[in-house]
Design a protein around this ligand. Sequence first.
Ligand code: AMP
Ligand code: MG
Length: 328
Amino acid sequence: MAFPSRILNATKDSLELVSRELLAGGVVALPTETVYGLAAIITDEMAIKEIFNIKNRPFSDPLIVHVLGFNDLLKLTKLEDDSANLVSQLVDAFCPGPLTFVLPKAGSVSPNITASKSTLAIRIPAHKDFREVLLQTRVPLAAPSANQFGYLSPTTAEHVLNSLRGKIKYILDGGPCEIGLESTIIDIAKGQIKILRPGAITPEMLQEATGLEVIKYRQMATTDPSAPGLFKRHYSPNTKLRLFEAGQNAPKEARIAVIHMGKPDNADEHTFWLSENGDLTEASKNIFSVLRRLDQCGYDKIYCEKAPPIGLGLALNDRLNRAAAKFP
Ligand code: AMP
Ligand code: MG
């Protein structure tokens, strides 16, 4: 069924409206600090299934659940004392924020959320509007990115509208996402922190906060949906995307757009940059927006410069590699 889809400014009334819609089993798009999410309450099986249908997402790819704080996280997971202490330490250091924990799940969590896995991906988001909705629903929310499966993640309410028009009633507009890349996902086992998806919380930050060894994420050569979070191709534009190393020259042709991290000296009308001075925080915030915009410009190809492979550059390059993997 097609709905008229509305973007709502985040007023008191619209926060109440979307919270009621969620409690009635609806699916709505909400802003987070990472990317926009497509949310449903975790206690409504039909609404959870509807998330997968709307996104065209395989049921084998589990969802991230969002809660207000550590106590709610404990209710949905089953932690030994050691890992509870470590999670508590990480929550103190980075949450609310862009860090997702993969943890053994409590029996009450539906297998439809976790793709029948024994683990649950869970995070404590920082965006004030998302938190206000969580306060009002008092039920945790499952929310993957609010895009069609495989396409670039949405970082504005308009991006969501462009992808999901007619499929959802409400998109709560909380402004452009501050971080612009999906959360860092970590797995904690045997006293180690393993990064399943790099994000704004970097390996260096995790190591400094805990003193523990952090196993860095390595791109897996797989499209196997049984390895969740590790799809090699993801976040792709429709226009062919190629990457080039910093310092190399990309081809200069009229039907090719070239994206740089910072503003280059020899820019022409087909040259774009993610941040005037190459700042990686700003570049991450802009990457999906710039790719979406250029995807609609009719270019034959987009060339994008890789980020330096340190700190946030790891997450940015991960998204660029996956976006380019569709075009061998
Ligand atoms: P999205 O919310 O669309 O950014 O995607 C959530 C990511 O979390 C996906 O890549 C999932 O495969 C991953 N994920 C969710 N649950 C788990 C889990 N239990 N173990 C590993 N990865 C997970
Ligand atoms: Mg996604």
